[in-house]
Design a protein around this ligand. Structure first.
Ligand code: HEC
Length: 101
């Protein structure tokens, strides 16, 4: 009898734990840092892949971000106008550049 109660309690508590835990978030949700340009990144840089690609590259220098954005636009044909691309680059450098490793 004690064993059954123990198992019931165990089941109950793990259920509670699961419904309370952040593990319930969808795995493709990556929060980006707040800042000017964030919305552009969310709009333009998630058309083909998640922003996880961006977070994986956090800490690279300005030149590398320039190269990456250029690569997306010219090689993968990301439809991003020059003005937005510049703002995206500023956002990436500011929030995910070398100083923010
Ligand atoms: C038109 C589709 C498309 C759009 C839009 C796009 N990407 Fe990509 N991106 C890709 C593809 C395809 C790959 C995978 C290529 C590879 O593995 O080298 C990739 C890979 C990446 C990588 C990892 C590759 C590496 O060299 O480390 C980063 C970082 C990245 N994208 C950033 C961005 C950013 C920032 C934006 C917004 C400015 C963006 N992407 C928009 C298609 C896109």
């Amino acid at each position: 009898m004690k064993k059954i109660i123990f198992l019931l309690l165990l089941g109950f508590s793990t259920n509670l734990f699961a419904s309370d835990s952040k593990l319930n978030l969808p795995i493709y949700s990556y929060p980006l840092k707040e800042g000017k340009g964030k919305q552009l990144v969310e709009t333009y840089c998630q058309m083909c892949h998640s922003v996880g690609y961006i977070l994986n590259n956090a800490g690279v220098d300005k030149k590398t971000w320039e190269h990456i954005v250029h690569h997306m636009i010219h090689d993968f044909k990301a439809p991003i106008d020059e003005k937005s691309a510049k703002e995206i680059l500023d956002y990436l450098v500011k929030n995910y550049g070398t100083k923010n490793k």
